[in-house]
Design a protein around this ligand. Sequence first.
Ligand code: HEM
Length: 211
Amino acid sequence: MVRGVDESPSSCTLIMVHPLPVRITHWVNVVAIFIMVTSGWRIYDASPLFSFSFPTGITLGGWLAGALQWHFAAMWMLVINGLIYLAYGIFSGHYRHNFLPLSFNSLLQSFADAVHGRLSHPVGEYNPVQRLAYLGAIAGIIVVVLSGLVVWKPTQFQTLGALMGDYPGARLVHFLCMAAIVSFVFIHVVMVMVVPRTFIPMWTGRARKPR
Ligand code: HEM
């Protein structure tokens, strides 16, 4: 319940907050990202970039070849699902209506509110911090896919590779995007736990809005 707001059924209307395509692509994306990240950690462990490895228990695939199979299978899921989400978001006006406008001043104000524990989350609206985080997550996933293409086929994707510092640069970009996505997911899930009334509507599409 929002402090000071009567959310009893008689004083609320049910409104559509997440259209079906957004809900389906969001949850398919969660499964795809989970498989991509955990199998990616197993692939990383076969030839670590840094002086640490991921514990085998939190990786997927059992061994390098198994992990590669999971990674490539989930890659199709991530890319096809992502293209459907992007096409829907652009052509339905979802991004225009829900992620924009996003001004620097509104972000500063939102960050200040967050620091003072009074960041608002009106039903059916994303606040500026959420808008920035979601746009960042979408951009991170696009760059992780593009850098993955370079790591997968460095010769065929030479031009793209040149933008990222060729094969070694693309590997680093791929790793850093993974780290950014995992950090986003961690904070995102904590925020859902802080505002749990947002969880069910991400499945049903509808939320109660005080009249
Ligand atoms: C795996 C990576 C994840 C990514 C990349 C991701 C990304 C996103 C994005 C971009 C949105 C906005 C969707 C839109 O309106 O177009 C969103 C909303 C949401 N996500 Fe996730 N998400 C992830 C995982 C999760 C998980 C694990 C949960 C469950 C705890 C979750 C719960 C939600 C909820 C409840 C909303 C709606 C928030 C609100 O109405 O304020 N997400 N997510």
